[in-house]
Design a protein around this ligand. Sequence first.
Ligand code: KG4
Ligand code: ZN
Length: 361
Amino acid sequence: MKILGIETSCDETAASVVELTGKGNLKLLSNEIASSLDLHAVYGGVVPEIAARSHLEHVNPIINQALKVARTNWSQIEALAVTQGPGLGGSLMIGVLTARTLSILHDKPLYGINHVEAHVYASFITEASEELNDYALPDKQPQFPILALIISGGHSQIVLFEDHFKYQVLGRTLDDAVGEAFDKVAKIIGLPYPGGPSIEKSAKEGDAERYKFPKAKLKNPYDFSFSGLKTAVLRTAQSEIGKDFTFPSHKLAEQLSKKQKVDIAASFQKTAFETLAKAMGKACREHRPKSIVVAGGVAASQELRKILSGRLSSEAIYPDIKLCTDNAAMIASHGAFQMQAGKKPADPYRLEFLPNLHMRQ
Ligand code: KG4
Ligand code: ZN
């Protein structure tokens, strides 16, 4: 059973074909991505209008490319899956309208997918076609109950999946997502967007013990709050150059020394990752999952993987780095399990895009 996935929730226009094999394995046949990242980098963050325009330009070519790489034609596609939310309204609209049109045109069932849930489904892909032999995939699919840490630029949450589509959100961020905090801190110290990879690189040269940043203490031990940490970085940077809180953040980078910057990057990164590790360690002890999955753009960090491996009851499963950041394979994967479970597809004349879609509590 082959499923075509389409993802346009943020700055990546992506399409992918995955195949659910007879043995129940998920095989990756294509994973095409056109990113508008470079267009946003000069602004230090994603500009919604630019993202939407870029999706409009790339969505059809990327779908055709995904079919071509997968050596698949429309008659072999069993269903379509598209990101319904959460995300940027204009961006989601283009993916959803494209998928609706294709679903009607080719008479294929259509599934609307929750992007945050789908991040976890990237870890169910355990095989790839010969052409995609550079993917580092897990040996076997995660087993339920699954404890999932979903961390990206838009989301940070700990979710316990008892089964497919049956889950409990144990905690989530009360303000900034962890990736968002990386992006903002990178901006303060003058590193390029996206902040995660540039902070990871810079932190390698820094002293993670130099600055003691606070860790938020919250009523629910599985909730997160990263905005206080970001503010603490800002205040530290201001005081390091002898200025008070009125000093504008966009002028800090030019005044900080290289040493101060790498030490801030390392200390911030350590604090953020230890916060995630502490909550996940506790959740593991309390819920004793069979598998642990770490997914989303921030899961690409090798440093996070190192810190987590010392804190968890068993080795976590990570999707390949190309499947951690936004992609359509995770969307197709989620769609494949929905179809296998006999879930009712959406009405292609009505499927709405939902910018504020949440995972159910
Ligand atoms: O999943 P994703 O591609 O998009 C969203 O759904 O948000 O995640 C992007 C986020 C960005 O905030 C980026 O800074 C972060 O993932 N990220 C990282 C790393 N690579 C990407 N954060 C920390 N360390 C990394 N190596
Ligand atoms: Zn995402």
